[in-house]
Design a protein around this ligand. Sequence first.
Ligand SMILES: [Zn+2]
Length: 500
Amino acid sequence: MSTLTEELLDFDEALERYDPVMGLEVHVELGTATKMFCSCPTVFGAEPNTQVCPTCLGLPGSLPAVNGTAVEWAIRIGLALNCEIAEWCRFARKNYFYPDMPKNFQTSQYDEPISFDGYLDVEVEGQTFRIGIERAHMEEDTGKSTHVGGATGRIHGADYSLVDYNRAGIPLIEIVTKPIEVPGHLAPAIARAYVAELRDLIRALGVSEARMERGQMRCDVNLSLKPKGVAKFGTRSETKNVNSLRSVERAARFEIQRHAAVLSSGGTIVQETRHFHENNGTTTSGRRKEEAEDYRYFPEPDLVPIAPARAWVEEIGKTLPEVPGARRARLAAEWGISDFDMQSVVNAGALELIVETIGAGAPADQARKWWTGELARTANERAVELSELPITPAQVARIVELLLAGELTDKLARQVVEGVLAGEGDPDAVVAARGLKVVSDDSALLAAIDDAIAANAAVADKIRGGNHAAAGVLIGAVMKATRGQADAARVRELVLSRLS
Ligand SMILES: [Zn+2]
């Protein structure tokens, strides 16, 4: 385990002296049925090395053939990112030696990407930021190494390593932004919002599930600082394979503080890759970053160039779905909420969960209330994404149903949520096991009310005298006696009628 601790400068202090410049490189694994250059299947989680063939194992004499669906989907992504689509482009070999890359080169695109020069708009704190897209090019994924025996799961200190080539050759799209220069204090949030927007767009296009926890989408965060008022970019670091939205934000924030500490103490930033550590939100040094020339790129001789017909590109353009921004605007109107409220829904990572909860039968306002209230607080306390909480939209919808039917009070509903989150089963099971039923039987309530009146005679006199505000004391006593299982509004009615 690395014990390196980096010096950090306070975030606000860093931004008083420096402006950050970010570059985000996002790899998306396409969800095609077969690989990029062979017909091997791409099922996630299959037994290691069962989805391989001579081509994706890089055996001598094997020849690649391009997956047409992958090219079509690359064009879909390019068009959705407002990019130009190349009239003619080629694959290139990116040469480097790595055990999880059996050919010793990656088939990628270099100076001739399939799409380039686009943008994606993201919203943060009510403002829209246009993120320029430099390029979105096609390439293939590598295999996956597992290092066994060390403390960190990294190669250092491991006893041995295993390689699974099932992932080798799965189509990837690498989407590279232009330099992002935004107000520094918003930079980490904008990085996160960009990746979230891109993920939602990719999903809407139906080209990938883009599940970051499965590595189907991963982000490299490039960051440099330049002193205020200076135009020239500083030296950048590249934090590799950040695999959650929250981590993207944390990595950007950490690197701003780390760079600022180095620069303000007179040091220089080393151009290198860095690893992000989920457990403590820090980064540590990886390897010195190669320059493009180190990869000895050259055009791939085994594949023909790709020249998508303009008519085909136009056809693909006509099939693009509603983009996430337009969908959000439509949903905000349907739910009767403002753009600002919709933004907090999105920031909380609650949009899809709310849509699914409504789909499971809950009214929009209730679905939104639970996911952005109680559940968002819990996710925050546990430092996890909302979607990682062990409660499903269907379960939330059932709790809302019980609440609206009067079988649960708000307070009881919260206890049911707590039970579901604690792994006690479905809402109905929690209600049964914990005995969480509203006491709606008036005679049971009246008995508790009469006890409360007897125990609080002076208060009862005040209420008889017309001081209805004093009823709170009696209602509180009744709620306590019924362990919160009474409907407070009904108790109030009964108290007042009893004492009128
Ligand atoms: Zn294969």
